[in-house]
Write a protein that binds this ligand. Sequence first.
Ligand SMILES: [Zn+2]
Length: 348
Amino acid sequence: MDGWQFGPAQELRRAFILDDTILGPIHWYHPGKSAAVVMSVDDIFPGTSASAYEAGGDLDEGALGHLSWLLERHPQLQMTLFVTSDWRRISPAAHRVWRHLPWVRDRVYLAKVLPKGTMDLRNHPKFVDFLNAMPRTEIALHGLHHINVGRAVSVEFQHQDRAACAAMLSEALQIFDEAGVRHVRGFQVPGWSCSPSLQQACRDVGIEWVMSARDILTPVSRDARTAMSGLNGVSLLFPERIAPNLLHVSTNFQATSAPERAFDILDAGGILSVKAHISKDVPGHTHLDGEDHLYMNYLDRLFGDIEQRYGDAIEWTTLGKLASSLSAASETIAETSAAKDVAAYRAA
Ligand SMILES: [Zn+2]
């Protein structure tokens, strides 16, 4: 979310990926469909307007109500809500003085944080009930606390090894389960960065698909590859198996994108992957794709235009459904690749 880029991603990916015949972009739709639309919303947690900022906690009276309005307006639209298990970040902006002190900055939180447990989903049953009851909506994971020590406050998974990543993911999923969150096996990486260790950890805990790359600038083509936030070099338009049994879908559209980008993506037969953040203004930062009336009205108009222009040729789906349909279509591939898992771990 902060434009943080995973520098050596290409090199690490090359080391991680062993077999190009198995890994790579997947072009597949249901019969009669030529392209697809998915929409996802990040940074959802029980913060209310009485907290530092509202992030879904006001339920129908707040940001989630705006999403419900959009869903009502477009009966084909579906959504993926990325929810954090125990959100602790108050501001994504590192403290001005501390961030220049080498020893300190690598060992403490450089931004204001909430005490552990404040936004733990197990303590917010009405919020969980509301999310679970939203129509045509699935819930997936967006980190445990969404914070880290050091200057990149939001990038929760940075230098942890595979075991540490897996422990954090397990704790986050345990909170989901104990809170009764009805969720799918997907993960939007907090702060976009998705290292090989994190990719391995995802598979260790049963996560089947991830979103890491966000690229809203690279020109659209079927072969376009991401070069902005998160993973570089993955498909801009198509789901891609980045490791055996782990799919990736890129974000390629947001509030600042022109409608033509959406049409170009759909004309190329790609997945139009729209991203929003549940809050527009947070202390020290404004999300350009933050949910406000302007962005909701823009999407309302855009989705209406897509419905008119493409009719039934568009598959309106969720990331989870897309991933599971691809897995189901690729059982043989998944079986073939299973034997290579051990070698893949060693290579990374
Ligand atoms: Zn986030």
